[in-house]
Design a binder for this molecule. Structure first.
Ligand code: GLA
Length: 518
């Protein structure tokens, strides 16, 4: 796909060089201005994607921008004999989802602009219509509530465990795949080791009915029936929205419908809401009091339904959510970082950056370094064991992001390692600390409720390492005691008689121990 886009871009630039001096044949006024290209969403869910442009035509040269409200991406291209090509020109520092240029091509004849849109994965076709500049702008902000502390809802005393559709399925999630994940969560044994929530992420929304109620698109014919099905399996179901007018995938958000949407979720039987900031940033300020008010509004609305609904804030760690405003707005968990990707560099960077804020967590209010990528294929088994170990030491939510129907035995052994999960879910929460960090070797320790400690010896380097772990790194109560040491990935006891333990740690891997004193 990348090559396809590259080729197209090459054609555009080639044309630019050859054709730029030829006389303009098209009436300039017709193309100059603001346009809304309406294309069907590629997943076939019956929704329409609006892509707004401002186009400037100079002879045969097309410039201007793709407008996502306050977010402007330059475009460049050519118009020749009624045929038009242009592409977005993402700046070098563009976020990941914008780095891939979007290629537009089609015809402009008799004032009608017909375009295909290729985003590197899908090509869709539609008619663009002239719009006013105002139509390309976000709605005006609505008054926000006065700040107060939302009471604790009493949920998720240990970090939530479950599955979410986004990492693997993105816009391909539908009713059938959600049911299949619920089936697989039970048949694989995941539900037995604590996984409970089946969470639908973005792209389930269609729009609003005449009364303003949110309506699912055709991938989800009956949300209530789906929730009933998930509940019949002994599981719980989650859904997704944004406080903004649009979600991150540009589907309908909860802006101006917060209480109404909370009531709808409760009526459907929803047990968990992921509330993703997204286009809210085009409407409101990006500071702690504003974010608190926005999230508080939904926190209050969920509690007003009197249904227990876990409240998951997704705001990429803005404005120190972990100690400034996450708990006050009623959040049970809050994202502390940008989106994870299924590759070592992303997981390593996100995971190890969390230790400094690991203390800002307490039962019912968890830091969320994003969902698991285990089983998605972009990392080695050692790297996935590091992922699971690190998230468990951090007491992070364990939200699987893979296809539960097709897990290998190795993936199952990582996601369902009950001894590792027990660290994540330790009922008497105490936070992880770094006991040593020498070169690429990082040793993390988390005290556990039964008096033992979990100890992770991580090798972040790209060569295997032989490491010594010394007794003096353990808390004082371990001094002079006989130690019982359990290797949680080998599921075996380890002899530790002297003052040091020598162990081999694979590249990007971990040795995870649970140590108790007799
Ligand atoms: C944001 C979130 C992701 C996912 C997508 C959906 O990027 O951080 O976890 O929910 O939106 O569009």
């Amino acid at each position: 796909m990348r090559r396809f886009v590259g080729r197209r871009t090459g054609i555009i630039l080639g044309c630019l060089a050859v054709c730029i001096c030829a006389p303009a044949a098209i009436a300039q006024a017709q193309l100059d201005g603001y346009w809304d290209l309406q294309t069907p969403n590629p997943s076939g869910d019956g929704t329409i994607l609006d892509t707004f442009f401002q186009i400037h035509q100079n002879g045969r040269t097309i410039s201007g921008s793709l407008i996502r409200w306050h977010h402007i991406i330059p475009i460049a291209g050519i118009l020749q004999n009624g045929t038009i090509h242009f592409t977005t020109q993402p700046p070098a520092a563009a976020p990941r989802w914008e780095r891939q240029p979007i290629v537009f091509s089609g015809t402009f004849a008799n004032g009608k602009l017909m375009l295909s849109r290729n985003d590197g994965e899908n090509t869709t076709h539609g008619l663009a219509r002239h719009v006013t500049e105002a139509a390309t702008q976000p709605p005006k902000p609505l008054p926000l509530p006065a700040l107060h502390d939302v009471p604790d809802n009493g949920l998720v005393r240990t970090p939530p465990m479950g599955w979410n559709s986004w990492n693997k399925f993105a816009d391909k999630v539908d009713d059938a795949s959600v049911r299949a994940m619920a089936d697989a969560m039970v048949s694989s044994g995941m539900s037995k080791v604590g996984y409970t929530y089946i969470n639908i992420d973005d792209t389930w929304e269609l729009g609003r009915d005449a009364s303003g109620n949110i309506v699912p698109n055709k991938k989800f014919p009956d949300m209530k029936a789906l929730a009933d099905y998930v509940h019949s399996k002994g599981l719980k179901i989650g859904i997704y929205s944004s406080p903004g007018p649009k979600t991150c995938a540009y589907y309908e958000g909860s802006f101006a419908h917060v209480q109404q949407d909370a009531a709808t979720y409760a009526a459907w039987g929803i047990d968990y809401l992921k509330y993703d900031l997204c286009t809210d940033l085009d409407v409101y300020k990006d500071d702690a009091p504003t974010l608190q008010a926005i999230y508080q509004e939904m926190g209050d609305a969920l509690q007003a339904t009197h249904r227990p609904i876990v409240y998951s804030l997704c705001e990429y760690g803005r404005a120190q959510v972990w100690n400034e405003w996450g708990e006050k707005s009623g959040g049970n968990l809050w994202r502390t970082t940008g989106d994870i990707e299924d590759r070592w560099e992303s997981m390593d960077k996100i995971g190890f950056s969390q230790i400094r804020i690991a203390g800002f967590v307490k039962p019912g209010h968890w830091n969320d370094p994003d969902m698991l990528e285990i089983g998605n294929g972009g990392m080695t088994a050692d790297e996935y064991r590091t992922h699971m170990s690190l998230w468990s030491l951090l007491a992070a939510p364990l939200i699987a992001g893979n296809d539960l129907r097709t897990m290998t035995d190795e993936t199952k052994s990582i996601l369902m390692n009950a001894e590792v999960i027990a660290i994540d879910q330790d009922p008497e929460f105490q936070s992880v600390t770094e006991v040593s960090h020498v070169g690429k070797i990082e040793v993390l320790l988390r005290p556990l409720g039964d008096g033992s400690v979990a100890l992770g010896i991580f090798n972040r380097g790209s060569e295997p390492a032989t490491e010594k772990f010394a007794r003096i790194h353990l808390p004082g109560r371990f001094v002079g005691k006989t130690l019982q040491v359990r290797d949680l990935w080998k599921h075996a006891d380890v002899a530790f008689t002297g003052d040091e333990l020598t162990t081999n740690v694979p590249k990007h891997g971990v040795v995870l121990l649970r140590i108790s004193a007799q």
